[in-house]
Design a protein around this ligand. Structure first.
Ligand code: ATP
Ligand code: MG
Length: 221
């Protein structure tokens, strides 16, 4: 069947969203002439435990950060689904709902080399094309080698795209807020203000994600 729309998917914890995510999304949007990019904040990340903001806070911050771009959309599909977030379930749901859409899953090079450890990598790769964007820290050779390996093993479609590289990570930003070091210019000002106003990332709270429930978002602390 002929697919009429091309849509990028930017998955992540976005804890918090930063300029690295936004630059990458915009580059892929331009290079592949996509109709739009959907940012999908993960609900309970299967592999991550640490200091973290609630799903609701992360979802709001992604909305604030993407406000000025008409082609950036945000989906609550993962934060509203009970249980752990698996890309496989999300892709299954999206491809079933939007049969005329070709999906491009966007990941940084750190995430793409981890793909074999995802839940059901073979099926994930069968559902959409992958765009791996350059991220500082991993050599091009290593990534190219790993991509060939993944393609051979799982028969996926993965393209490597060089984008302007920003050495920004959410981990570093959380650490800065915790230590009181400025993270200005690494993330949108609205997101920075939201973090300060709501006192996010100030202390280690390992249980946060796991204790969260939907009512939790109405608790004012
Ligand atoms: P954390 O440090 O908590 O892992 P992160 O900065 O890696 O946060 P994620 O939410 O884990 O952000 O990333 C979502 C997606 O965006 C992943 O595919 C990741 O590789 C990609 N990404 C994040 N930051 C960058 C960056 N600076 N350049 C390129 N890709 C990035
Ligand atoms: Mg990450």
């Amino acid at each position: 069947m002929m697919k009429n729309r091309k849509v990028g998917i930017m998955g992540g914890t976005f804890d918090p969203i930063h300029l690295g995510h936004l630059v990458v999304a915009n580059e892929v949007l331009n290079m592949y002439k996509l109709d739009e990019i959907i940012f999908i904040p993960a609900g309970i990340p299967p592999h991550k435990i640490g200091i973290g903001a609630s799903s609701w806070d992360r979802y709001l911050m992604v909305n604030m950060a993407t406000l000025s771009n008409a082609k950036f959309k945000v989906s609550d599909i993962e934060i509203n689904n009970p249980g752990k977030s698996y890309t496989l379930n999300t892709l299954r749901e999206l491809t079933k709902l939007y049969t005329d859409t070709e999906f491009y899953f966007i990941t940084g090079t750190d995430a793409v080399i981890d793909l074999p450890n995802w839940h059901e990598p073979q099926e994930v790769l069968s559902l959409c094309k992958f765009i791996a964007v350059s991220r500082p820290g991993i050599s091009k050779e290593k990534v190219e080698c790993k991509i060939i390996e993944i393609k051979n093993k799982f028969n996926g479609d993965i393209e490597l795209l060089q984008v302007p590289m920003l050495q920004i990570s959410s981990t570093d930003i959380r650490d800065r807020f915790k230590k009181g070091i400025s993270a200005k210019y690494m993330l949108p000002e609205s997101v920075e203000q939201y973090i300060i106003k709501n006192k996010l990332y100030l202390e280690n709270n390992n249980d946060f994600w796991w204790n969260e429930n939907k009512a939790g978002k109405f608790i004012i602390s």
